[in-house]
Ligand binder design. Structure first.
Ligand code: UT7
Length: 329
């Protein structure tokens, strides 16, 4: 029997219209464009405005963009995974709402929550369903409304994050393309350095938690930066070695867009040229689960069948990993 690999066959995206520039941030907190660009590489980010709009609002639109581009009947989708760190609500699966709204009435669905590594872990998960031979069309959406948990008076976090969504479709491939190998990791040591303290089961919402601003993202940036640089570069170098890939074998690095300096450090460790590094952090900032699928959308026209891509991500928890992938169209 022919070996089945799992390959991305279509991509889609949604970005909110509102552009929050560094200039506007200068009017909100004590910061400046020069500092933000030189320390992070971010020039602007998108913010989802309006009442009653959650992560699903963007996830639905990214999925519909993909379905329309590829002219797919949503009833053919068998599984919808929403990778996110900002689900619409507690207790109700965001993915179920998304699947119903896009017309994927024959699918089952679940949310996958692993902070900034949600989409990377989602790629691994989606691929397993395809590789098993049982599923033929798995829709993976990475979407986050980070603005829902950011304190716009805290200059340490508000300059970094943005909102957005990207979707990819995984289908079986018999040419040996798609996901080749993965190294995925986590370490609970990271919990104290990057979290939203309240609103979960440990510290439910109360007057006290709101007063103490515990529903906002807290990040010890310096510590997270150090772990991100060494861990993301480590797994990326390791996956090259394990697969006996030389420099000339790698066409692209698609790394989580958290800070341009972290991406550059990973690329240096892999000895990649700047032209091989996918970048869009300047336009969108850190969109958590949406960074990797947004990269694929932005670079779709430059990718060639058979191109080797190394995906890498690092996020809260800590969670991180690397995927070796061959582009299939
Ligand atoms: O996606 C999930 C994983 N997250 C990450 O990977 C993020 C990792 N961390 C980072 O990207 C960086 O640590 C930040 C971008 C968050 C911060 O950059 P940094 O170079 O680590 O800055 P810092 O926190 O060490 O601050 C350096 C200086 C400080 O001033 P002093 O103490 O040296 O006088 C800060 O007060 O810069 C100051 N500062 C700012 N200045 C202007 C901090 N934030 C700002 C700001 N504007 N927004």
């Amino acid at each position: 029997m022919q070996k089945i690999t799992a390959a991305i066959t279509a991509v889609g995206k949604y970005l909110p219209d509102y552009v929050l520039t560094n200039k506007e941030l200068e009017t909100m907190v004590d910061t400046n464009d020069e500092w933000i660009v030189s320390r992070t590489g971010i020039k602007e980010r998108r913010i989802l405005k309006g009442d009653n709009k959650g992560t699903s609002f963007m996830a639905i639109r990214a999925a519909k963009n993909l379905l329309e581009k590829k002219n797919i009947d949503p009833k053919e989708i068998e599984l919808v995974i929403v990778a996110t760190a900002t689900p619409d609500m507690q207790a109700a699966s965001t993915s179920a709402f998304v699947a119903t709204e896009i017309g994927a009435t024959e699918a089952f669905s679940f949310d996958l929550i692993a902070a900034c590594s949600s989409f990377l872990f989602g790629m691994s998960t989606a691929a397993k369903y395809i590789e098993s031979g049982r599923y033929k069309k798995v829709l993976l959406i990475g979407a986050d409304k980070n603005s829902s948990m950011i304190d716009y008076t805290d200059r340490a976090t508000c300059i970094i994050f943005g909102d957005g969504a990207g979707a990819v479709l995984f289908e079986p491939n018999t040419e040996g393309l798609g996901l080749q190998d993965e190294i995925l990791r986590s370490d609970g040591v990271g919990r104290e350095f990057l979290h939203v303290k309240a609103g979960g089961s440990m510290l439910p919402a109360s007057e006290e938690t709101v007063k103490n601003k515990l529903h906002y993202v807290h990040q010890d940036g310096k510590t997270v930066f150090k772990y991100a640089v060494s861990n993301m570069a480590d797994v990326s170098a390791k996956i090259l070695k394990r697969n006996k890939l030389s420099l000339t074998d790698v066409d692209w690095l698609a790394a989580h867009q958290a800070n341009k300096r972290i991406i550059d450090a990973t690329a240096r460790r892999m000895k990649l040229d700047e032209k091989q590094v996918m970048i869009n952090i300047d336009k969108y900032g850190n969109t958590t689960s949406a960074t990797l699928p947004l990269l694929l959308n932005d670079y779709e026209n430059e990718l060639k069948k058979g191109d080797t891509i190394i995906f890498a991500a690092f996020g809260g928890g800590f969670t991180w990993g690397s995927i070796y992938y061959k582009w299939a169209y």
